[in-house]
Design a protein around this ligand. Structure first.
Ligand code: 13P
Ligand code: SF4
Length: 329
């Protein structure tokens, strides 16, 4: 570890202009026995250089299984934290530690603890988009790939708290007939999609199917032809005989969709505010090839988790991985 570079200074280290950055990243990865894991919302070039690209569940599954000494998680902070909770003996890095998550931020652990106390006797189910401290208060963690099955693994009359995403929680309530008590949180990217603009697009492309992530508002989900996690949307688009799709999730997923189906047309669903690129997660996009290179070279910025919190947070994540393995997810 380079001791004399501060995390803030680290972000400004220039990369030599004549550097073959792809080769340099690959050389460092081999030399240091690093696995690079990337989420579908990363830039195309980061997805292309990663050892594995996947959704939140797959990233946790790969982290739990890897034999590499070091994990570089190209995603947001909670994803790196989940890897560190599962692999405390490994060093885990995220190229830019400022890559947070508005959904995780919408659920501070002290407030969530009060919410739990106000609902005695409830099972606590938390979405993976949470801090380690919230996971430590949780009975079982879920991702959008397994939320339905994990909720349904409890008897129908079980009282359940679900946090922090109200849109995902409402969606799971609607398809399972449950009445989970929901934390009132949301993701700023998925809340932004414009119903009016999507309806207009559907008129322009009458054959296009609408694919939507369950973090979108219910008005968008009601219109969707397929709802699912990033991996599920990708699988649906790849296997479908249809040729045109409107995609209501972070636009990074279009890279892999287009790669898998070069003959199909993918249209990013437009946000309400057309003056900004609100369908790009500004946190996810903080990671760049230059920061990834510096992260491998200088071995920073590193993720650390308080050991007391980690010991509590690991149980609900492992429970999720066990249930998912039984269900072949
Ligand atoms: P997935 O688990 O579907 O990849 O979702 C992650 C995420 O952050 C969605 O906004
Ligand atoms: Fe968090 Fe939303 Fe970004 Fe996903 S897209 S990481 S939920 S802020």
């Amino acid at each position: 570890m380079t001791k004399n570079i501060s995390p803030a200074g680290f972000l400004n280290i220039p990369v030599p202009r004549d550097l073959d950055i792809k080769k340099a990243i690959s050389d460092l990865r081999k030399e240091k026995n690093v696995i690079i894991l990337a989420h579908y919302y990363q830039t195309g070039e980061i997805q292309d250089i990663a050892d594995f690209v996947g959704d939140s569940l797959a990233l946790a599954q790969w982290a739990s299984k890897t034999t590499a000494d070091v994990i570089v998680l190209c995603g947001v902070h909670f994803m790196g934290e989940t890897a560190k909770i599962l692999c405390p003996e490994k060093r885990v890095f995220v190229p830019d530690l400022n890559a947070g998550c508005s959904l995780a931020d919408s659920c501070p652990a002290d407030e969530f603890e009060k919410f739990i106390k106000a609902h005695p006797g409830h099972i606590v189910i938390s979405y993976v988009n949470t801090t380690a401290a919230v996971k430590a208060l949780t009975d079982v963690v879920v991702t959008s790939t397994n939320a339905r099955q994990i909720v349904e693994s409890f008897p129908p009359e079980t009282p359940i708290i679900f946090g922090p995403d109200r849109n995902l929680g409402n969606y799971i309530n609607s398809i399972t007939g449950r009445n989970m008590a929901l934390w009132d949180g949301a993701c700023h990217v998925h809340e932004q999609f414009s119903l009016e603009k999507i309806i207009k697009l559907k008129k322009e492309y009458p054959n296009a199917l609408l694919l939507a992530h369950p973090e979108c508002k219910s008005v968008i989900l009601k219109l969707a032809d397929h709802i699912g996690s990033t991996a599920s949307l990708l699988k649906f688009a790849t296997n479908s005989g249809n040729k045109e799709f409107i995609v209501a999730t972070e636009s990074g997923i279009l890279h892999e969709m287009q790669k898998k189906s070069p003959d199909k047309t993918f249209i990013p669903a437009p946000p309400n505010d057309s003056t900004c690129a609100c369908n790009e997660c500004n946190f996810m996009r903080l990671n760049t090839m230059e920061k990834l290179y510096n992260c491998l070279k200088y071995e920073m910025p590193e993720i650390f988790v308080d050991e007391e919190i980690r010991k509590k947070a690991v149980r609900p994540i492992e429970r999720m991985l066990e249930i998912s393995a039984k269900l072949n997810l």
